[in-house]
Design a protein around this ligand. Sequence first.
Ligand code: NAP
Length: 547
Amino acid sequence: MAQLEAVSERRKPASAAQIDVAIVGGGLAGLYALHRLRGLGLTARVYEAGSGVGGTWFWNRYPGARCDIESLEYSYSFSEELQNDWTWPERYATQPAILEYINHVADRFDLRRDIQLNTRIASASYARATHRWTLETREGERITARFCVMATGNLSTPRVPDFKGLETFQGQWYHSGLWPHDGVDFTGQRVGVIGTGSTAIQMIPLIAQQAQHLFVFQRTANFSLPARNAPMDPERERRHKARYAQRVREARETGFGVPGYPIPTQSALAVSEEERRRKYEELWEAGGTIGFLNCYNDFLVDEKANETAAGFVREKIRSIVRDPAVAELLAPKDHPIGSKRLCADTNYYETYNRDNVTLVDVKSAPIEEITPRGLRTAGQEYELDAIAFAIGFDAMTGALREIDIRVEGGEALAEKWLAGPRTYLGLMVAGFPNMFVITGPGSPGVKSQMIHSIEQHVDWIADCLAHLQTKGLAFIEPEQDAEDRWVSHVNEVADATLYPRANSWYVGANIPGKPRVFMPYVGGVAAYRRKCDEIAAQGYKGFLLGR
Ligand code: NAP
């Protein structure tokens, strides 16, 4: 009986009003944070704006949405049983398959009783006197917590389409990041897709198969490599699972958190053209992007080395796309390959050989306005029944800036970040005690296999909270100096690479008026993990801790 009571006690939801840890966001990061922090005996609760768990995989339901990291890798590693029991049907899982997996995790680890859906956090305010955060939801509910974990995601605030005349459009329009849950049938329609980033590159081949005519409005051409998706090879899956624990360890010694791709040591310029080409051909045939990013040590550092790969991909585009003028428009020439997110596709370039697809260059003739009947560029009006905006997100900082985060008597986070985000390790912000960010700006999150980084961040946070518990400490916050040094380091590392050369969301270039600051840490997950571990081992060097 006593045992039963203990079980039922454990199953009770954490009290909503006063908890140890408020976790904002119920995606992959929020769910693992809940699981891990519960394991410390803390009361924790997730607040999620959506009507279901899954974060990015809950919202991004556009045609063709799937992960471009192989699913055997893009899975949680904290439970080997979970990994062994789960079967991914394809090499790269679709959005519905990933969402099913996330829901399975929520059930399997009994997470739902501490997840409050349909709840958007509007503000979070910290009182130094009591060492507590007070969060307020849009509906006015108040929650107080000793710690706040922002699991708000990096690509969770869709960029609002701000095209002149949009309100006059008589057709339907959609944003990739807020796609209708029942899907959209474009059969027989004239459709416009705006954007040619990773999202558009996935949706274009599928919409082209449905639409009467598809117009793709391209401002900047992107590099894309064939994904070579296929049904899961059972033998490959068996081998993968047999070496699972070892693979997880290996992933830690890589740049991007994907095992099988150790940090390269050879320059692209140190080998013959023939050898390079052989390698690029092999990688092109194998599919996926991680091989390319890891093929030579100067791929993302030296312009000449990079150009060897960029030239190879441009040649491929010209060999696939039959109309030479279209091929030229599709062949990127204004940024190094990999300096923007390298895309993975299924029949992207091939789609431009279809009679019902037109590529419209909106760099030379920009979009002027959306009209009631379609869209007008500097040169022409295009009649459209539907528009799909694949124009991206207010990345990395958008979701945090949407919440009014402040410390009583101090400045708001949005004010502090006016000139760009500043963090220590991407994990905490000076002046904002007891608030942790998962895969925030200044961390390698978005430049890695996200789940790898999520787990590393959450584990670090969990160890930190355990340390505070053991020592009887009430708060932790970064020293200003430590934060300044980390921000300089993040910039130095980025400046030694080709990344800042591109107008990408990594530098906020896609949001008009956003300060141009390179946000991710691109020193790789291995170096980053070592740094985080060293800092913890030195008694949380660079942090102020107190009672
Ligand atoms: P994105 O990479 O920011 O691309 C947005 C696109 O919209 C760009 O082509 C951009 O052109 C265009 N655009 C924006 N404003 C425009 C305007 N006013 N006129 C014309 N074109 C305009 O966004 P995304 O494709 O949604 O991808 C965001 C990130 O999500 C990716 O980088 C990736 O990290 C993630 N993602 C991952 C997957 C995956 O795992 N497979 C799939 C989808 C997305 P410019 O380049 O000229 O600004």
